[in-house]
Design a protein around this ligand. Structure first.
Ligand code: ZN
Length: 57
């Protein structure tokens, strides 16, 4: 159950970060594994951005 279009996060679920949350660099490369992960070319950290929900106000 590790492959297939339904195996991971939905494509719409991938949030696109503009800056590395750890070092602030903009050189982010999408990673195939894990799904939805990004690699920072500056500090080599791999991370994901997850939407929790919307604030009520
Ligand atoms: Zn970084």
């Amino acid at each position: 159950m590790t492959s297939g279009p339904e195996g991971g996060a939905a494509p719409e679920g991938r949030a696109v970060p503009f800056y590395c949350p750890y070092c602030g660099d903009e050189e982010l490369v999408p990673q195939a594994e894990p799904a939805g992960a990004w690699k920072c070319e500056a500090c080599l950290r791999v991370f994901t951005v997850r939407l929790v929900g919307l604030a009520s106000g």
